[in-house]
Design a protein around this ligand. Structure first.
Ligand SMILES: Nc1ncnc2c1ncn2[C@@H]1O[C@H](COP(=O)(O)OP(=O)(O)OP(=O)(O)O)[C@@H](O)[C@H]1O
Ligand SMILES: [Mg+2]
Length: 483
């Protein structure tokens, strides 16, 4: 359908009739460019492909542990580790999808619940989210059952399906079952997102899970973020939950990109969650090459990627600890840049620009999330750079910083602390601070921006009331430097 529409559009644009209708002038040029992507969505993080090259062994191990669920047993708990972009989430999602399909196919009740602990990050919220999920599943299950029973009731011969009709035992028992289920439906109460005692939320979850026999797989992605934010209390509850369940069974899969997070766990929780461990090693450049090749075939139009594009994306991403997400971002961004420049092919030059753009976006994001004092120091450096001061030293930054703080009624940090914060900005790749010797006056740091000045300025000024307009600083600047 889309292809058909698209062909018609291109035809219309490349052969405009003498009197084209007065529409779409702004988009005509853009639409007449041959698209580079076949389906860009296939390169997005949220898309989980059906095939994950170089993850066979991890996927096999996961499946061999989870198959227990299809036999009605409880699969061991698993902790999954690996650096960012090594395919942990994608692999677990792929196996979960297959598990649910197999469960439907063989009619063995097994349900998977995926929680991203970076978003759902407190004990209360995790328990509430789980409870509400299973209450909803129970409601759907009961409604379906009622509907089936009502169909059976309607299929009974007339006079046999009325509850008041003593002739039909079958009709009576169907009526009884339906009214029991309706009663159950009324008893399901969802947990509010705040306000209940956590014990009550926990017992509501246990009741919801135990409503019927099933194996439940709970996946806690970014589990380290949960422990960092809220401790291991909820993990303690979840890992012991099977002792409170009669009909159902729970199995937990934790995913983390921090190998050391279990150091912060209660030893009982640690041994229970880590019954099995699966490690996802970083990809090397050749593996990333295969991954990209695989996904690019369907994501791009045929023949638009010139030689070396995929290899360069893989090489850049391999330098960043073998991160497939970075490799995909590079390829997608290179495609977008090519598309925007009106080209019909993606070249290695586009990949180089994509690398720069992604790096810049990262730095801008870092600036956005800096604490206020660091922003103020960066702002001070920016003012000095804009005034073309040739050798910016820590002392100069500190003096101007102090004045800017006073001007803005903001707390003034010590010289020592400001020096530390400048080093942090250096480590984050926002400024470049090299130590220079000043002869008998000792050593100081010479500071410059490592990111384009306009980007820093735009980010700082657009997002923080502290800075006002740069013009405001010229008065202070004049009194300070006498220029
Ligand atoms: N073997 C692979 N084949 C195809 N795509 C992959 C593969 N491994 C990872 N990807 C893709 O790379 C991106 C990052 O993978 P994923 O989200 O699974 O990483 P992760 O290990 O969970 O990282 P993080 O720790 O940052 O959450 C996703 O878009 C995913 O689809
Ligand atoms: Mg992940």
């Amino acid at each position: 359908m889309m292809d058909h529409l698209h062909k018609n559009n291109t035809q219309y644009i490349s052969n405009p009739s003498p009197n084209p209708p007065p529409t779409g002038g702004l988009f005509e040029n853009l639409l007449s460019v041959e698209p580079i992507f076949n389906n860009k969505e296939l390169l997005r993080h949220s898309f989980t492909p059906d095939v994950l090259p170089h993850r066979d062994s991890q996927i096999q191990t996961l499946a061999s542990i989870l198959v227990a669920a299809l036999r009605g047993d409880t699969p061991s708990n698993i902790l999954i580790y690996g650096k960012t972009g090594t395919g942990k989430t994608a692999s677990v999602r792929l196996v979960s999808r297959e598990l649910e399909q197999a469960s439907a196919q063989y009619d063995i009740p097994c349900e998977v619940k995926f929680i991203n602990c970076e978003v759902v990050d407190t004990k209360y919220r995790i328990l509430a989210e789980l409870a509400n999920t299973f209450i909803e599943k129970n409601i759907a299950y009961v409604l379906e059952k009622i509907s089936k029973l009502e169909t059976s009731l309607n299929d009974l011969p007339p006079n046999f399906n009325s509850s008041s009709s003593p002739q039909s035992e079958e009709g009576q028992s169907l009526h009884d079952e339906i009214s029991k289920l309706k009663h159950d439906l009324n008893s399901f109460t969802k947990v509010p997102m705040t306000g209940w005692p956590t014990d009550t939320v926990y017992s509501t979850l246990v009741k919801a899970l135990d409503y019927r026999e099933r194996v439940v797989v709970i996946i806690l992605d970014e589990i380290d973020k949960l422990v960092e934010k809220s401790g291991d209390d909820v993990l303690y509850n979840l890992s012991r939950m099977n002792s409170d369940l009669d009909r159902s069974r729970v199995s937990i899969k934790g995913i983390s990109n921090d190998l050391t997070f279990t150091d912060y766990l209660d030893p009982r929780v640690k041994s229970s969650l880590g019954e099995e461990e699966i490690i996802f090693p970083p990809y090397n450049a050749n593996q990333l090459n295969d991954i990209l090749q695989n996904r690019a075939t369907t994501a791009f139009k045929e023949g638009v990627l010139t030689d070396g594009v995929i290899r360069m994306c893989s090489a850049f991403a391999a330098q960043e600890h073998g991160d497939a997400r970075r490799a995909l971002d590079l390829l997608r961004t290179a495609g977008e840049l090519a598309e925007r420049s009106g080209g019909s092919q993606v070249t290695t030059a586009h990949v180089e620009s994509a690398q720069e753009k992604i790096e810049l976006d990262r730095v801008i994001e870092v600036i956005r999330t800096l604490p206020t004092q660091s922003k103020l120091i960066l702002f001070t450096i920016l003012v000095l750079v804009k005034k073309n001061i040739s050798h910016i030293t820590t002392g100069e930054v500190y003096n101007l910083y102090r004045q800017l703080c006073k001007e803005r009624d903001s707390a003034v940090l010590t010289h020592r602390r400001v020096t530390d914060l400048i080093s942090e900005l250096d480590m984050l790749g926002i400024v470049n601070a090299i130590v220079v010797s000043k002869g008998r006056y000792g050593r100081t740091k010479q500071i410059s921006l490592s990111v384009p000045q306009t980007n820093v300025e735009k980010e700082l000024l657009s997002n923080h009331h502290l800075f006002g307009g740069l013009e405001d600083t010229s008065v202070i600047f004049q009194s300070h430097f006498g220029t």
